[in-house]
Design a protein around this ligand. Sequence first.
Ligand code: ADP
Ligand code: ADP
Length: 228
Amino acid sequence: MVLEGVEKIYPGGTSPAVSQLDMKIPQGEIVMLIGPSGCGKTTTLKMINRLIEPTAGRILLNGKDVTHVNGDLLRREIGYVIQQGGLFPHFSIADNIGVVPKMLGWDKQRIRERADELLHLVGLEPSQFRDRYPRQLSGGQQQRVGVARALAADPPVMLMDEPFGAIDPITRDRLQDEFLEIQRTVGKTIAFVTHDLQEAVKLGDKIAVFATGKLEQYADPETVLTRP
Ligand code: ADP
Ligand code: ADP
């Protein structure tokens, strides 16, 4: 995935939330977007999955310019995980995981099988969890379902916005390990927002350091640690 000269000025905004952003996320790698609150990390993810439209620049997925395509068309290309799962409270766990497959017209049987397969992948026993509702799950379990939901239609790209940010440190550590293990199996191209340097170093193939709307540094974790 490639971002070229990407910029976002929000309506009524005086200075750009993101400007002159050039960034490459190599296929199958995890790039960690790190930086203080308000520096444009979330805005960058939202431009990639077209929840918002860039005011300038280009975004290429697999060499295809997706800068101005309808966001709905990207649902099968891009999985999105946000803080606290973002699960629909009135949908069962299986129905939450099935949201995108349903949109894509999969039949019920296939959606059910996929939900079970993914629950198993993220370490939740399908028979125990598929018919529960999000409020009946711990924070860590909800995040696991959030990851499963994002993986449902097997998109090549995953965007993760502080997925473990609201989780206690011990569970977070376990989720990070599980996430790396899952990534070894699924090999997605991942942009992962965090404000936690330790998390960035642990999970990232590369780290993109943001500062007030600009990319300040882009390097492997070792370089970021030794040459801050
Ligand atoms: P981060 O994810 O790094 O915390 P954001 O991308 O959320 O940063 O925000 C970047 C800048 O854009 C901030 O100054 C923020 O106030 C502003 N911003 C974010 N969303 C909106 C919006 N919907 N309308 C106007 N300004 C926004
Ligand atoms: P974790 O250690 O994974 O964060 P918790 O300690 O929060 O989990 O929860 C322990 C167990 O209780 C979990 O298996 C969870 O699914 C279950 N649980 C928590 N809240 C509810 C609820 N409201 N209804 C049913 N089961 C629940």
